[in-house]
Design a protein around this ligand. Sequence first.
Ligand code: CDM
Ligand code: ATP
Length: 297
Amino acid sequence: MSVTVRVPAKVNVQLAVGAPRPDGFHDLANVFLAVGLYDEVTATPADELRITCSGPDAAQVPLDATNLAARAALALAERHGIAPDVHLHIAKDIPVAGGMAGGSADGAAALLACDALWSTGATRDELLAICAELGSDVPFSLVGGAALGTGRGERLTPVEVGGTFHWVFAVADGGLSTPAVYAEFDRLTADADVPAPEASPALLDALRTGDPTALAGALSNDLQPAALSLRPSLADTLAAGTAAGALAALVSGSGPTTAFLVADAESARKVAEALLTSGTCRNTRTAVSPAPGATVR
Ligand SMILES: C[C@](O)(CO)[C@H](O)COP(=O)(O)OP(=O)(O)OC[C@H]1O[C@@H](n2ccc(N)nc2=O)[C@H](O)[C@@H]1O
Ligand SMILES: Nc1ncnc2c1ncn2[C@@H]1O[C@H](COP(=O)(O)OP(=O)(O)OP(=O)(O)O)[C@@H](O)[C@H]1O
């Protein structure tokens, strides 16, 4: 018997970052939006914990105990006194190390898949608590849709979305390390007075009304200057998408994937094609949002 869970990627439509905390994390006002690019994690009983991965970026995914899917299985097994003897296969379609929470998605999916396979009877709150231990983005991967993440991004409040938004994502060559991007944020803001992060009312309104033009005007990412500082060529990608007619362009989370909000599916095709032709990215993906969270298939 196997259990397969499908789990979405995310884009941060607002990422407001506060000053560094004593524990090294940053307080955030992190408005997550799940987008319809999915990984699938299949859990099958096995003699020992084993991870495999397929997909175009599979070679970049660690198959040892550092994989977030493995960590999720171990955390759940330990809490319930179960031997973590499971084969987790990750069918990876979310860009790796791209700021789209691919690893976090696999952690949430593995947790849900093992929970179903082992019939642990864990409550939703227990699963969310394990997610928060695994990483700041992992709880959102479980719930999907749209949500405001406060604290280090793990404390979620659902956000209403009143329509479908169309996106193009430009995948860059190579990844960016999330801790390195936060460290660059600290370096760039060392002499500034960093305000406490707050969700933007205009952004929440734009999500609620489903208006892409309003959302375009309200998108923001405080990590964008840091990602551009570490990877200046991303400015060319952002400019190419804007010139091709995107309503707005921004770095996705910690990057280096860039996200382009567009008016509709036809515009998504045009912008994706222009980005590819521009030679400023490795490849492009189109997707719509919001998307459901981790779901047993
Ligand atoms: C950039 C985002 O993807 C936006 O959603 C997240 O903030 C990152 O979330 P994540 O990858 O799940 O990050 P974690 O695994 O929790 O933390 C990795 C590292 O990122 C930095 N980090 C992360 C979250 C946060 N609120 N403040 C931080 O400073 C810390 O250096 C931390 O050691
Ligand atoms: N299941 C996994 N899939 C991909 N990467 C993983 C996984 N587990 C651990 N990792 C490690 O995490 C690193 C970041 O990968 P990931 O795809 O999650 O980045 P990301 O999309 O930038 O994440 P985030 O947006 O949460 O910062 C990888 O370089 C890899 O070493």
